[in-house]
Design a protein around this ligand. Structure first.
Ligand code: IMP
Length: 181
């Protein structure tokens, strides 16, 4: 499948992403303005660009940690079985936590991660996803903040990959296979 030829059509420009991050950060500030430190937990690997832009727009004391979970492997379909490859390093009991996801698709990944982290008793925990594909949802879950709601398209760029490629595009694009009409 990954050998099929494809092109990438821009869906969300770098400028639109930057503008939306400013808006999201205003909301995050309002929620966490009294925090002594916010632990920003990025879900690897797709959120690495988003989290980098997000924390630089946040005028709050932050700590950055990462967790790697995966339900996709190298293909285009979620396996629904979420595996944790790398846990966060820090303790979050009694802390303020913001979980950062690239895309909420079926919702299994974020749901699983939220369950694991909630069990560690953070004081407050909120979730943010750059992209949301509500039509694909299989579990009843909504991130607290969403950058953009998108249709059921396979997207790449701004940290998001197709079989580990295209993460370095500065915009979000959708994959269009060129070997079909
Ligand atoms: P979920 O568990 O089905 O919600 O899947 C979430 C994860 O699947 C995201 O963190 C992405 O890594 C991956 N994913 C979902 N949709 C896409 C896509 O359109 N392009 C690339 N990765 C995706």
């Amino acid at each position: 499948m990954t050998h099929r030829p494809y092109e990438i059509d821009q869906l969300i420009s770098a400028k639109s992403i930057a503008a939306r991050i400013e808006e999201l950060c205003a909301d995050i500030h309002a929620e966490f303005e009294d925090t002594d430190k916010l632990v920003v937990v990025g879900l690897l690997r797709g959120s690495f660009v988003f989290i980098a832009d997000l924390v630089r727009e946040l005028n709050l004391p932050v700590e950055v940690d990462f967790l790697e979970a995966s339900s996709y492997g190298d293909g285009m379909e979620s396996s629904r079985e979420v595996r944790i490859f790398k846990d966060i390093r820090g303790k979050i009991e009694g802390r303020d936590v913001l979980v950062v996801e690239d895309i909420v698709d079926t919702g299994h990944t974020l749901n699983h991660v939220v369950q694991i982290l909630s069990a560690r008793k953070p004081a407050r925990m909120k979730t943010i996803a750059l992209l949301d594909k509500p039509s694909r949802r299989e579990v009843d879950l909504a991130a607290d903040w969403i950058g953009f709601s998108i249709p059921d398209e396979f997207v790449v760029g701004y940290g998001i990959d197709f079989a580990q490629r295209n993460r370095n595009l500065p915009y979000i694009g959708k994959v269009r296979f060129t070997d079909q009409a």
